[in-house]
Write a protein of this length. Structure first.
Length: 160
């Protein structure tokens, strides 16, 4: 019966959602590697300025990724048009080389890291925020990264 696996996958996805997720989106990186000229942008609307939010960087990479970390330049633009640039180190492996993220199902050969970028962040204004992501490694294009994304959630203990 073909519907059973699809129903099981849907149930698993719904179970993984905790209700505090405000935004989540990923962008695929070309197989040839992540060029520094490819700068995915993620835009989301914030309606709640009272509660703190956690912002995560999501990175999926293959086991062939050659580094234990990933440096990024992030440009955050708020609804007023002001921009802020940040340099972020995303740790992907422990000192022994074991990946922090994990793979499952169709992506068992890949690891997905969910890296906390900003904890308890309060967005000062309602409106649309955009985060543009640029790889800042010394290898260009950067092989082994397959997807990057952003997740925004209401901080734990501050549910809606």
């Amino acid at each position: 019966m073909r519907a059973a696996p699809a129903i099981g996958l849907l149930a698993l996805l719904l179970q993984a959602c905790d209700g505090s997720l405000v935004y989540q989106n990923d962008t695929a990186i070309p197989e040839g590697g992540w060029s520094s000229t490819q700068r995915p942008e993620f835009c989301f609307d914030i309606a709640d300025t009272l509660h703190a939010h956690d912002v995560f960087i999501d990175i999926r990479h293959t086991g062939d990724y050659a580094f234990s970390d990933l440096y990024l330049f992030l440009d955050l633009t708020g609804p007023d048009g002001r921009s802020f640039r940040d340099t972020v180190e995303c740790l992907l492996a422990d000192p022994t080389g074991r990946w922090y993220g994990r793979g499952a199902g169709l992506f068992a050969d890949r690891s997905k890291a969910h890296v906390l970028y900003r904890s308890g962040n309060r967005f000062p204004r309602k409106g649309r925020y955009c985060i543009r992501m640029e790889q800042a490694m010394r290898v260009d294009p950067l092989p082994g990264v397959t997807d990057v994304g952003i997740s925004v959630a209401v901080s734990e203990g501050q549910g809606r």
